[in-house]
Structure formats: C-alpha cells, structure tokens
Design a protein around this ligand. Structure first.
Ligand SMILES: [Zn+2]
Length: 370
C-alpha cells in the first residue's frame, strides 16, 4: 500500500467540499450522541452493523437529507467511531490484564472546525486525469497532479488543513516498487544533536537549518497581530489563518529538507544506525528547539527511504548507553558532562569527539528496525 498526496487547486466550488464536511460533522455528532444514549439504556455500545442499519432507518424517517450524501462516506463516519470504541475497549482489556498500554480515551465529539476529512472506499467518485468527480456534487474538482500514481486505488481521502487548503490522498495497492540503489559497502551511525543536526560516525557533521528561527520575527508579529483582534471576528479569522500559513510553511520547508537529506544518506550508506529517542522527555528539557528540529519526523522519513531503496536502518535501544562508553575499548567514563565536547579515554588513551563517539556506539549496538 502506498499513499500519494495531491493538492487541490483553489477553485470556486471547493467550498462545496467544506460544506460536505460540515454535513458529515452533523452525522458524526448524531452518531456519538446515539452511542451515549444507547449506553445509558443498555449499559453497552451499539455494534457497527447495528449503527449501519440504524442509519438506513434514519434516512427513511427523520433525516431524508442524508440521502444526498455519498452513502459510503456516511458509513465511514460510523466506521471511524466504531474503530475508536474498539481501540478504547482493547485498552481497557489490556489494563485489566495488568499490562501498561498507552492510554486511549473514549471517542469524543469533535468540534466542527476540527472535523476535517472524509473517506471514499470504492464508489461515489470518479477520477479522470487530474480531476475528481464526486457523485453528489455537480462540478468536478481539479487537483495538481505533480506525479502519477501506480497500481489500483483502494481508498480516496479528502482532507482540509487548518489553512483552508484541500488535499486528495489516493491509497494505492500493488504499486510499482522503486528501483533499489546500488550497494556502496559503507555504513554509519548517526547521533542527533541540537546544534549539529546529525553527526555521523565517520566524522561528517550536518548543521541544522533551523527554519523556525528564520521565521521567528514573522511569527512573532503575526501572533501579536492575532492577539490584538477581537476573538471570533472576521479580522481574527484572517489573522489566525495567516499565522497557520506561516507554521505550515515552516513544516513544509523542514519536511522537504528531511527528504533530501534522507536520500543523500541512503545513497551513500548501506546500513544507517540511529538512536531511539525519548521525545517527550527531550521536549520538556529543551522546549521549542526540539519541535523545530523534529528528530522523530526525520527518523520516520529515513525509515521509509531506507525501505524504499533497499537499505537497512538500525536502531539503538532507548536504554542503551551511547555517550559514556569508549568506542574503542568499551570502558565507561562516568564523569562526562554535557559541556565536555572532547575527552580522552583513561583506559586506552584514545581521544574522542563526544558526538562522533556516540555515533560509533549507536552503530555498534543498533538492531534492524522493522
Ligand atoms: Zn577506550
């Protein structure tokens, strides 16, 4: 399975997709309230099949206007709620068994402005060249087809982001795999850092471009301008959208840089090792800077790129010591502080750069990430 993302052109009828989302939000609210009532009366939740037959009943009786909405999309609204409950129950089961799973909450009613996506499974749309025709809407929508998709389309998702742009996601099956890159015989460990984004075990250092910092002034003035507006007014919405657009721009620039960097690494090395990060802890420690650097996102992108071009990504365990051991003899040096950039091993006498030593250790202890 592979997903391709396309941006919709800004066209006058795109607002109709927004209206469709708002209509689906109404269904979403109705179904969740229904589940709550059902639970109050019977002490359990209604199964997915039951909800589906209830929807058909509603369409005939009190909600005839739901007939205008594409039926599969309507069903997907119910399906999402169903999956939400399933996950919630799995969590409760795991907790009963004494495991300590990640916390999953009960499905909540989303506010209208956060209800941002709809899913087609098989029917209700038609795609021709760079146009998608949604059966319940009159005119087709044009999207920017910057690349071709391969394989067969299994699922179509349309999303609205908080800037107000719309995107089309095509989930394809049996896609053509990318050509694998030739093996080079090189391997490297990589250590993430605040100032230097990546330090590789062979001594190469890659600086962090700090896109957030570059736009800090623009963001500050946009935030200030937003706070001067009266909440809920037209000017407030305009300012809010402007700020959202700035944040989006940063995210896009960063992501672009990540993909290019990942490709550069994958071209050069056959095996790359990274550390498993404790992101929450780091965020608490370093604050905004970490979100700017976004190691987690880069790890994922590197993971995809490696899989795509037939290279291996290794990962060092979270509890693995990588800073203290000497990469030549393995002796731990306990009294290292964050400010010690250079140090000498007392056991074997080799001198180390802190980051390069860590990168070497990461390569040593890494296991394939599947
Ligand atoms: Zn040593």
């Amino acid at each position: 399975m592979k997903t391709e993302k396309y941006e919709f052109y800004h066209q006058s009828n795109i607002i109709q997709i927004g209206n469709l989302l708002d209509d689906l939000h109404e269904v979403h609210v109705h179904l969740l309230l229904l589940q709550r009532r059902y639970y109050r009366i019977y002490g359990k939740y209604a199964a997915f099949g039951r909800i589906c037959s209830h929807i058909t009943k509603l369409k005939r009786r009190t909600k005839p206007h739901w007939n205008q909405l594409p039926s599969q999309v309507l069903q997907q609204v119910a399906k999402r709620i169903h999956l939400g409950y399933e996950k919630f129950f799995d969590y409760l089961d795991d907790k009963k068994k004494g495991l300590s799973p990640r916390k999953v909450g009960k499905p909540k009613i989303k506010p209208k402005h956060k209800y941002n996506s709809l899913t087609f499974t098989q029917a209700g749309y038609e795609i021709k060249d760079n146009r998608i025709h949604i059966k319940c809407l009159k005119k087709p929508f044009t999207f920017w087809k910057h690349r071709k998709w391969t394989g067969s389309i299994k699922r179509v998702i349309i999303k609205r982001d908080n800037v107000g742009d719309y995107y089309l996601y095509l989930v394809c099956k049996d896609t053509k795999p990318a050509k694998e890159l030739p093996l080079t015989g090189h391997e490297a460990g990589a250590d993430f850092g605040i100032k230097t984004f990546l330090t590789l075990s062979d001594g190469i250092k890659i600086e962090s471009p700090q896109f957030f910092k570059q736009m800090l002034n623009a963001i500050r003035s946009a935030t200030r301008s937003l706070s001067r507006k009266q909440k809920g007014s037209n000017a407030w919405y305009r300012a809010k959208r402007h700020l959202a657009r700035l944040y989006k721009k940063i995210a896009q620039r960063r992501r672009d840089w990540f993909f290019k960097l990942a490709l550069r690494l994958v071209r050069r090395y056959d095996r790359i090792a990274i550390e498993t990060l404790n992101l929450e802890g780091m965020k608490r420690l370093w604050g905004r800077k970490i979100s700017d650097i976004a190691f987690g996102e880069f790890s994922l992108i590197l993971h995809w790129t490696c899989a795509k071009y037939g290279k291996t990504l290794l990962r060092a365990g979270r509890w693995e010591a990588t800073t203290k051991p000497c990469s030549d003899c393995g002796t731990h040096t306990e009294n290292l502080s964050l400010s010690d950039r250079q140090w000498t091993c007392l056991e074997c006498g080799s001198s180390h750069d802190r980051d390069i030593n860590a990168a070497r250790n990461i390569l040593r202890v890494g296991v394939p990430w599947t």
